[in-house]
Design a protein around this ligand. Structure first.
Ligand SMILES: Cc1cc2nc3c(=O)[nH]c(=O)nc-3n(C[C@H](O)[C@H](O)[C@H](O)COP(=O)(O)OP(=O)(O)OC[C@H]3O[C@@H](n4cnc5c(N)ncnc54)[C@H](O)[C@@H]3O)c2cc1C
Length: 273
């Protein structure tokens, strides 16, 4: 089913001085059939090129509010450029530039939701481990807001491990935005930022090292009775997490078994792109 949504606001959340432009876009749809959940994705149907009706790309829902008369949802979009191998010229990514250039009041077409949402468990004592890189941190901001603001608090441990490629660092902890910083006074919340060993060379943040430095707590959460692990970000990040978790677990096979158990129980939820 194809839905339409109107753009309510578009705001840059990386500082003007940053090389990377990431924008927070808030949309509203009046269609009651669209079920927006943080962590699942919408497939945005940007206008197509070369005779194609659409250029479809996925964006994960960073925040959502479902009401009786529709849904309001937020996505965070990184403006992408790429170098054409043949010509060496730089091209603007179609969907990300279409979205970043969109003016409030304009309408988009989209379908979805796609993928598993980051469901917050009913038990407020459950420990939550969130691991995100780049724009992957966006849905975690939605989860954190949900548990501390909409649900009024959380008794279990909430641990956020986040890192970014060079230029995207501190997506929600910069001069323009300090959203995550607002939760540092919550007794159950802690955030750990992984740093890139060589930011000038675009080397990704060492999420693996951040996890391993906190091995005992990470392992305790993973083994907690009702805990959840939420993972969002790049495929590169998946390898780092597997490496760190294998070290924390002792061996790769112990970690694979544990991860499989978590997946089977619906306690491991990931959006990888
Ligand atoms: C499950 C899932 C969730 C996603 N969630 C988000 C999200 O929340 N926010 C977000 O900004 N993006 C997200 N993406 C990526 C998004 O779907 C697009 O791939 C991205 O915006 C580029 O699309 P485009 O049409 O602008 O580029 P295109 O016109 O498709 O250009 C493609 C070229 O751009 C490069 N490229 C494609 N994707 C990326 C990328 N992510 N980073 C750098 N270069 C890239 C490649 O070299 C490729 O050749 C997600 C992807 C998936 C699969």
């Amino acid at each position: 089913m194809i839905f339409t949504a109107k753009l309510l606001s578009s705001e840059r959340i990386t500082p003007e001085s940053s090389r990377e432009e990431v924008r927070r876009l808030v949309f509203r749809t009046d269609n009651l059939y669209f079920d927006s959940k943080v962590g699942s994705c919408v497939r945005v149907l940007a206008p197509g090129e070369y005779g194609n009706p659409y250029h479809a790309r996925l964006y994960s829902i960073a925040d959502s509010d479902q009401s009786d008369d529709g849904a309001q949802f937020e996505i965070c979009v990184r403006r992408c450029f790429y170098i054409d191998d043949a010509s060496g010229e730089e091209y603007a990514g179609v969907a990300s530039n279409y979205l970043c250039d969109l003016k409030p009041g304009s309408a988009i077409k989209f379908s979805g939701p796609v993928g598993y949402p980051f469901v917050v468990p009913e038990n407020p004592n459950a420990d939550l481990l969130m691991i995100g890189m780049g724009t992957g941190i966006a849905p975690f901001r939605g989860v954190i807001r949900t548990i501390y603001e909409k649900q009024g608090g959380w008794k279990g441990k909430v641990r956020l491990f986040h890192g970014a490629r060079s230029g995207l660092e501190q997506l929600y902890l910069n001069d323009v935005n300090n959203d995550i910083g607002n939760y540092f006074d919550q007794p159950t919340f802690k955030a750990f930022q992984a740093i890139s060993p060589h930011p000038a060379f675009n080397v990704p943040a060492a999420l693996d090292q951040a996890l391993e430095r906190n091995a005992a707590e990470v392992w305790e959460i993973v083994n907690g009775p009702d805990s959840r692990v939420y993972v969002a970000g790049s495929t590169q990040m998946s390898d780092m997490i597997a490496k760190a978790m294998s070290n924390i677990a002792g061996t790769a096979s112990v970690w694979t078994d544990k991860r499989n158990q978590l997946v089977a129980a619906g306690r491991w939820l990931e959006v990888i792109y």
